[in-house]
Design a binder for this molecule. Sequence first.
Ligand SMILES: [Zn+2]
Ligand SMILES: [Zn+2]
Length: 374
Amino acid sequence: MRALRFHGKKDIRLEQVEEPQVRPGWVKVKPAFVGICGTDLHEYLDGNNLIPKPGHPHSITKETSPVTLGHEFSGVVEEVGQGIIDLEVGQRVCVQPTIYCGKCHACQSDLHNSCPQYGFIGLSGWGGGLAEYIVVPRQAVWELPSNVSLEYGALVEPLAVGFHAVDIAPIAHPIKSSTSMLVLGGGPIGLSVIQAIHGQAASSESPPVIIVSEPTAARQQFAREFGAHHVINPLTTDLVTKIMELTDDRGVDVVFDAAGVQVGLDGAVRSLCAGGTVVNIAVWPKRATLDMNEITFRQRSYMGSATYSNRDFGRVLEAIESGKIKPGAMITSMIALEEIEDKGFRALIEEKDTQVKILVDMGRSLRKDSAVAV
Ligand SMILES: [Zn+2]
Ligand SMILES: [Zn+2]
């Protein structure tokens, strides 16, 4: 079968690999739509960061590059392994791509996302969504509700990142209209956070106050479309002054950092109310500094949010099913597998501000392929 495999820096190849066989307790899925993620892009641009290098296999999958890419995907069940009685062939699903040991202290404490052996299907081995078939453990498979499309199914993974950060933020849930929140960055994760706040709000009539800090015009517009009430350009407006103006000198309850920039972090801490919290989601390219006296003397907190728990996919699916969130506008481009380098990776680099999610339509690509084969 065909698969898009990562061999190294700027070296991805569409090639023939052996079709995976289903085994007891595992499910064979035919991928339908696959999102390209910032993480994929970093691996492509910088070489093996997360993807295990030859000679250094992932401790659970035992694999190294070349690996098949694609960790944000939906698909249709092709075959179920022995012992699985709650899934049927033909069911529409999405896949939670997390790999963890299940035995360590973190896994036993319901912190699978913090397992020292953490990895991802589509980066660490076990195949990926950018292939004709993939075989995954039963617990990775989430059934799509009847009114959730396969296209939306591919958005569940990035949305789960936002849902998790909002869920673990130390505020009352469901979120009340008196809560105010600042989101740093209007990229895919910032937009997931905005939707997660709406998805976890107590009532859609009086949602909490959502403020977004984002310098580019295109992303500012996306933030507004997904429900930000105020959008600040931090290059032309003083963030802290503006936040104090918008919150009657109180400050926001929570900042979600989806940008990972020092100047943003400095403003974020000073934008918090007394007792407020910065929740970091960003992957920082370098070490940051924190003004500890700003934290201590107003009893503020700083915490990290790692990917998602084993409940967040369910939360996202429920929010889409019930209409609390409508993530369709996140899909800014739909391409075929053959086009992934030019219209996928390169578009995400060159049109960074106007692209949110580029989805690979695996059906489109396979049809082309079979036409060639005939
Ligand atoms: Zn991702
Ligand atoms: Zn573990």
